[in-house]
Design a binder for this molecule. Structure first.
Ligand code: SF4
Length: 185
């Protein structure tokens, strides 16, 4: 694949290890120089955050890609989405959540000297890619990869199983945990 000349390197925001598997494989196969950024202050509780971070560190080691970790600032994230706690998944709370992560990634890309950035958030079947792209468009160096394409999600399941990577059962915040529990009843 021909990589556009202005794309020197990409900082890849990873929402979790399973969702990063297939995107990392695809980007490396296409010849991109990438680094990973674990920035997920949306995750609750902290024990769950640590589990997902540990899985991400394992994946980084197995795939040989540098991983940068952001600070965990859940209170700050809660302040960012205040008033939207009752919104359903795929609603405006999620748009604001994407905006939060993309802003952190844009800032870190600049700090670490990556020319561009993207996110693995588009891989998830419960995530609407157009909502993520709409937030990414605020940055000239965001690349709108839609990792659902080319059977990305199916490939992520295969890779996670092969590498024995921890898979969570709710999106991340306490409100998605609440909704996930309600669906089970
Ligand atoms: S459901 Fe997921 S995407 Fe939506 S606000 Fe919660 S953590 Fe963020």
């Amino acid at each position: 694949m021909n990589i556009p000349a202005d794309i020197e390197s990409i900082l890849v925001h990873m929402c979790c290890a399973p969702c990063a598997t297939a995107p990392i494989e695809r980007l490396l196969q296409d010849g991109y120089k990438i680094g990973l950024f674990f920035s997920n202050s949306n995750i609750y509780p902290f024990e769950e955050y640590k589990k997902r971070l540990n899985a991400s560190e394992k994946l980084s080691g197995l795939m040989g890609v540098y991983l940068e970790e952001d600070e965990y600032e859940h209170e700050k994230w809660l302040e960012h989405i205040r008033g939207l706690e009752s919104e359903p998944e795929k609603g405006i709370r999620c748009s604001k959540c994407f905006a939060y992560s993309l802003k952190r990634t844009a800032q870190m890309a600049e700090k670490l000297g990556y020319s561009h950035f993207t996110t693995t958030l588009t891989l998830g079947p419960h995530k609407v890619s157009s909502m993520i792209f709409a937030e990414g468009e605020n940055y000239s160096n965001y690349i709108p990869f839609d990792f659902k394409k080319k059977d990305g999600y199916k490939r992520s399941l295969e890779m996670s199983n092969e590498m024995d990577i921890f898979r969570q059962n709710y999106c991340g915040c306490e409100f998605s945990m609440r909704d996930s529990e309600a669906r089970k009843k």
